[in-house]
Design a protein around this ligand. Structure first.
Ligand code: PEP
Ligand code: MN
Length: 338
């Protein structure tokens, strides 16, 4: 933290800042300019401290945080890219991983058909929600345990690891028994009780970006998972809320290189929930691959017209197959495989 003293601040006021820092076990460095003193507050835990601790002291004009609030997710903590390994599928390596499937598990037929289709086109992880966090309590909430059983069955039959969302901390152990990757949805990115519970599990986790959260808040949420001992964290950009209303959420493509710059964690992109419409999904998916994403999470339904959830943004089997073909050349052009 940098504490800027007011012009002409008394020596006693500067000493007050220094003493407060020392009482907290922090180090200080003084920069005494001709008319202003600046106090640098140094220490490994300054990211956890409120700037108010110094801002309230007499003679202080401004306090700026120089340390990032996240630590374990940062490149400073780990310079090398992390690779998350799920039953032989590596997320964060050279090969881009496509995770695809229906928004929600609806029936055995629907899920098996979806798994067959996505596998045939080259997806390497099957997605499907059994517990659905719906905006309205009257909307379909998912098949719950029956959905998990279907996911396990599809996983075994098609040899695809499965990703599925956890909404309630008390369901973490149950869901971990059935799926390979736990998903934290956008609405739960800052559900710290849920993150703490998942941090104690050994399951890899996809942490979706809260649609009103900054990259810094997202990485700080990732620290909850990492701090509890779960190092298998995959970030997922899925669009944020902006003033733009021609699309469901604005897909923040820039977060990919920003994450790559500041964090070692792999980042995938969900173009489906950003787009809200199937016609926009391919362009966003291609932009994500070109932008350096380590993977994609795409909604595909055997028959989107009959989908119980998110049919409008789900790709048909043939649209998905075409997109996968098109993605191959884009991946190649940025030095990746798919
Ligand atoms: C989902 O992937 O099923 C989902 C609900 O997405 P999000 O949390 O990004 O809205
Ligand atoms: Mn969905």
């Amino acid at each position: 933290m940098i504490v800027e003293m007011r012009t002409g601040a008394a020596k006693a006021e500067v000493d007050g800042v220094v003493q407060r820092a020392k009482s907290l076990g922090l180090d200080v460095q003084l920069n005494q300019g001709t008319d202003k003193t600046v106090v640098a507050i140094l220490g490994s835990n300054t990211g956890q401290l409120s700037t108010d601790i110094f801002a309230v002291l007499p003679g202080v004009e401004n306090v700026t945080r120089i340390m990032k609030p996240y630590k374990l997710a940062s490149r400073e903590f780990k310079a090398k890219d992390s690779i998350v390994s799920v039953n032989g599928v590596e997320i964060g390596g050279r090969r881009i991983v496509v995770m695809a499937g229906p928004c929600a598990v609806e029936s055995e037929n629907q899920l098996m058909e979806a798994a067959r289709i996505v596998k045939e086109s080259g997806a390497r992880v099957l997605r499907g929600g059994a517990f659905k966090p719906r905006t309205s309590p009257f909307s379909f909430q998912g098949l719950r345990k029956a959905g998990l059983e279907l996911l396990k069955g599809a996983s075994e039959r098609f040899g695809l690891p499965v990703v599925s969302e956890v909404v309630d901390p008390s369901d973490v152990s149950l869901i971990s028994k059935y799926v390979d990757i736990l998903q934290v949805g956008s609405r739960n990115m800052q559900n710290f009780a849920l993150l703490t519970k998942i941090s104690k599990s050994k399951s890899p986790v996809v942490l979706k970006r809260g649609y009103s959260c900054t990259v810094t808040e997202w990485l700080t949420a990732a620290d909850y998972l990492l701090a509890g001992g779960n190092s298998q964290v995959i970030l997922c950009e899925r669009g944020i809320r902006t003033f733009e209303d021609s699309i469901r959420f604005s897909l923040d493509i820039s977060s990919i290189p920003v994450i790559k710059k500041f964090s070692h964690l792999p980042v995938i992109v969900d173009p489906s929930h950003a787009a809200g419409h199937f016609s926009l999904v391919p362009a966003l998916a291609k932009a994500a691959v070109a932008g350096g994403a380590d993977g994609l999470l795409i909604e595909v339904h055997p028959n989107p017209k009959e989908a119980l959830v998110d049919g409008l943004q789900s790709l048909t089997p043939s649209d998905f197959a075409r997109l996968m073909r098109e993605l191959r050349s884009i991946a190649k052009s940025v030095g990746r495989d798919i």
